[in-house]
Write a protein that binds this ligand. Structure first.
Ligand SMILES: O=C(O)CCC(=O)C(=O)O
Ligand SMILES: [Fe+2]
Length: 204
């Protein structure tokens, strides 16, 4: 799967990863390009280039989806459907603290992240960070309130998309240190939708 992801990357199919952040001057959320991170949504037409990735996605949808649904304490998941993102981070690529789902019309209930980094070593940094507590009253969680998870190959994470505050520390792969393809941090994120996710109240 990693080899396929690198092939897709070499073919120029990844795009800058967009995210949103709060603009205090405008008093609104604004989109911005995440530096050092590119992403690609996996769709069936990519099968000829990335058969293992597409097969994994189908298996995850058909097998892991129902399993997660069965064990969910937040209601069932929508069967046979998901949204996804294959993301590749290079030197300094990072994600600030966020929740994947901030409510409104967003139907995503469970986030699944599968890491494709068999050669990962601690020198590459880029650890997934999860807050110990559900929310941080005074800004970002401190390192003491953070659990660090290395994005090792074949590791699979699952969490509720609107509950777990998380981030990714900057990847350390400067070119001078050999930050080539081997150092790329690759993750496949799959979001399962809630079958009956109650809408959050505005401002609540
Ligand atoms: O790649 C990761 O470890 C996390 C990515 C993430 O938080 C996201 O895509 O929303
Ligand atoms: Fe996230």
């Amino acid at each position: 799967m990693r080899k396929e992801a690198l092939d897709l990357h070499r073919a120029g199919l990844f795009c800058s990863s967009m995210s949103s952040r709060w603009n205090p001057a405008k008093g609104e959320q604004e989109p911005y390009e995440k530096e050092g991170v590119v992403a690609l949504g996996l769709t069936p037409d990519l099968y000829p280039r990335a058969p293992s990735c597409i097969e994994y996605l189908i298996e995850a949808t058909d097998v892991l989806g129902p399993l997660l649904s069965q064990h969910s304490r937040r209601g069932k998941l929508k069967e046979g459907t998901q949204t996804n993102k294959l993301a590749l981070a290079t030197d300094a690529g990072a994600y600030p603290w966020h929740l994947d789902n901030l409510g409104g019309d967003d139907e995503r209930l469970v986030t699944l992240i599968y890491y494709l980094n068999p050669g990962y070593h601690p020198g590459l940094a880029g650890r997934f960070m999860r807050a110990r507590l559900q929310s941080s009253p005074s800004g970002d969680p401190s390192p003491q309130d953070t659990i660090f998870i290395e994005p090792r190959g074949d590791r699979l994470l699952a969490f509720y998309s609107d509950e777990l505050l998380h981030a990714v520390e900057p990847v350390h792969a400067p070119t001078a240190d050999g930050g080539g393809e081997d150092a790329h941090r690759i993750a496949l994120t799959i979001w399962f939708l809630g079958a009956d996710l109650p809408k959050k109240q505005d401002g609540g």
